[in-house]
Design a protein around this ligand. Structure first.
Ligand code: MG
Ligand code: ZN
Length: 361
């Protein structure tokens, strides 16, 4: 019997950067549909197996499967074939490959501008909605500049000075139970933000809703429709701007379920994230001027859907091959004006360039 030796197959993923030159040329020739609003949805750790597992568990077509423009994205970081969520978020948010663990900086530790900052500078309203602490790696990549994703209190300070209008997630402790004794919630109030700890119709154009000391609970615990509610609130506020808006929404805990190799947790987080995709699509279909992109920063868990064609069984088991992130490509699904630019194979840094080049400014 032939035994495959996996140790002998060592793929050097880090330096395999797919060229998108031909795609860019194509984009320049056909610049017709330019969205005013951009909603970027990141399922942290969400790979193809995660999507199909949710589809099988729900026994119906997912909202995200209705997005018809599909691409595939490489996710390696500057220094590793397997990215962490800091470098993965930074690649998407800023178009720069960086070292694992870094946030909003190049590999040489230079701060770099995020798409949220670029869109704010041209008059769009901006928002961050997550199911983790807002200071965690993925949301931080759009706001903060730090050599270490774990410097949560420094990252919270960057939120204070960021051009962001709506922030919803956990992380109270990083704002108001700090080593330096500063109360950033009070400082946000001084800066003209509303600051709340529960969901509410604020009527304000700028606010933070920080619901938990660190992370909101998981779906298996008691999070309910937190992420959908937060998304609906943010959309109501941000869409009042005639210049359009940029909103990043993260299904943060799909990744944690993958690390835990916990199938029930994973499927519930996936279905929750997909429900939010449903809410966003409802908005975008009505608005007709909104580009929706659903993707992931990397895959987590090395999840595969295990069965046998010999078994005559329709049962599929979720099987994790890792408790870490993996190097497999992640899907990119897009809807709305400009969505055709997200077809094909590309790198996570190209996603940034595509989003910037397709927007209406
Ligand atoms: Mg994350
Ligand atoms: Zn992770």
């Amino acid at each position: 019997m032939k035994v495959l030796s996996f140790s002998s197959i060592c793929l050097q993923a880090s330096f395999l950067i797919l060229s998108i030159t031909s795609v860019e040329v194509h984009a320049q020739e056909n610049k017709v549909s330019r969205p005013k609003n951009i909603i970027l949805m990141i399922g942290d750790g969400m790979g193809l197996a995660h999507i199909h597992a949710a589809h099988l568990a729900k026994n119906e077509i997912l909202h995200m499967e209705q997005l018809q423009e599909i691409g595939m994205m490489t996710t390696h970081s500057y220094d590793n074939g397997v990215t962490d969520s800091g470098a993965g978020g930074t690649a998407i948010a800023t178009g720069n490959k960086t070292r694992n663990g870094m946030i909003g900086m190049t590999a040489d530790s230079l701060p770099t501008q995020s798409m949220l900052e670029i869109f704010a500078a041209i008059g769009k309203t901006t928002g961050i909605v997550v199911s983790c602490a807002v200071t965690h790696a993925t949301p931080a990549s759009f706001i903060a500049k730090n050599i270490n994703r774990n410097n949560f209190e420094e990252i919270a300070l960057d939120f204070l000075n960021a051009p962001v209008d709506v922030v919803i997630g956990g992380g109270i402790n990083h704002f108001s139970a700090r080593k330096d004794k500063r109360n950033l919630e009070a400082e946000l109030l001084d800066k003209g933000y509303g600051v709340f700890r529960n969901f509410q119709e604020t009527g304000l154009s700028k606010y933070f809703i920080l619901t938990d000391t660190v992370h909101p609970p998981s779906m298996v615990q008691s999070r309910g429709d937190y992420l959908s509610q937060a998304t609906i609130l943010a959309l109501k506020t941000l869409s009042k701007n005639d210049n359009g808006f940029f909103l990043m929404i993260e299904g943060s805990q799909i990744d944690w379920a993958g690390h835990d190799n916990d199938s029930a947790y994973l499927i519930q987080e996936m279905i929750d994230f997909d429900n939010v995709v449903g809410e966003v699509l409802r908005f975008a279909q009505e608005d007709k001027n909104t580009l929706v992109i659903v993707t992931a920063d990397h895959e987590t868990g090395g999840l595969t859907l295990f069965g046998s064609y010999k078994s005559r069984s329709k049962f599929i088991r979720l099987k994790f091959t890792s408790d870490d992130h993996t190097a497999v490509m992640v899907p990119v699904m897009a809807f709305g004006p400009g969505s055709e630019q997200f077809k094909g194979f590309f790198d996570n840094t190209d996603l940034f360039r595509k989003v910037i080049s397709v927007s209406d400014n």
